[in-house]
Write a protein that binds this ligand. Structure first.
Ligand SMILES: [Zn+2]
Length: 280
């Protein structure tokens, strides 16, 4: 499991590793907000690319690099987003072609693969050159909302960071359902029966169950960070932080099964059985 970072931490932790000369060649950033994570990451890219002393709002009139980066034209930086539902091999080839030459205006060639869970095996294979024989002047950042969905050839070669952003209470759509569900199955001998009779009726389809478990994960993160149990979930009062972290891992594997079309009832049963082992 990677480090869990909050809010702006991703900038600070990368900066710290850079200063200690311990920057990995490739990072896998798992986050609940692709946009916020990318914004924080760009601050670090700016730090590395700007020839002047770092400043959040470098004066563009005087700084060619920051101006180019802001307009998406810095030659030593490429961001790749999915083209439709996939990141295609040609998009990866573009990175490889451009980064055959060493960076001219800055010390690093930097690429970002946004929603890297959309890499298929052929586009991921094209990346292996960077991941297996990394060059000192190339840095890669892979961003995803669920690292379980990232192809293992990429995932296993990246250093993992988990970047979590606080959601406003009003951003939660399923908090009351999450609380009802967790309070109903926690320490309940009949939890399997509850799944069958009640839980399956709480939500209507797979995509709702995916959002439900994602919010459950964010509620747990938020609890670990702020120690406030705002949705009155009993297990949060009774379990240790270490046990709660194990539930987080369990939720991530549940999300993986949900996203790969597993049977929802079996997935809920797996969840309550494995949770039972955690508080046994
Ligand atoms: Zn600058």
């Amino acid at each position: 499991m990677g480090d869990i970072l909050f809010e702006n931490d991703v900038f600070n932790i990368l900066l710290q590793r850079y200063r200690e000369n311990k920057l990995a060649h490739a990072f896998l950033l798992e986050t609940n907000s692709l946009d916020s994570c990318y914004k924080d990451l760009i601050k670090f890219v700016k730090y590395l690319s700007c020839p002047y002393e770092y400043n959040d709002n470098c004066d563009n009139d005087n700084c060619h690099n920051c101006e180019l980066l802001d307009s998406g034209n810095l030659p030593s930086f490429i961001k790749v987003d999915p083209d439709g539902t996939l990141i295609k091999k040609g998009q990866i080839q573009e990175i490889i072609n451009r980064f055959q030459s060493i960076p001219i205006f800055s010390n690093y060639n930097i690429y970002v693969v946004n929603e890297c869970d959309k890499l298929n095996s052929s586009s991921a294979n094209s990346l292996l050159k960077f991941l297996e024989e990394p060059e000192d002047n190339i840095l890669g950042f892979y961003i995803t909302t669920n690292k379980m969905n990232v192809i293992s050839t990429v995932r296993s070669r990246c250093q993992e960071l988990n970047v979590y952003y606080d959601l406003a209470k009003t951003d939660y759509k399923y908090s009351s359902v999450v609380a009802e569900y967790l309070n109903s199955v926690y320490k309940n001998e009949d939890a399997i029966l509850y799944n069958k009779v009640e839980a399956l009726n709480l939500l209507s389809d797979r995509s709702e169950w995916i959002d439900f478990f994602k919010e459950m994960l964010y509620i747990l993160y938020s609890y670990l960070k702020n120690k406030s149990n705002e949705f009155n979930i009993r297990l949060l009062n009774e379990m240790s932080d270490k046990e709660i972290v194990k539930i987080e891992d369990l939720i991530k594997s549940v999300l993986k099964y949900l996203q790969s079309n597993g049977n929802i009832e079996l997935i809920l049963d797996k969840f309550v059985l494995e949770m039972r082992d955690l508080h046994a």
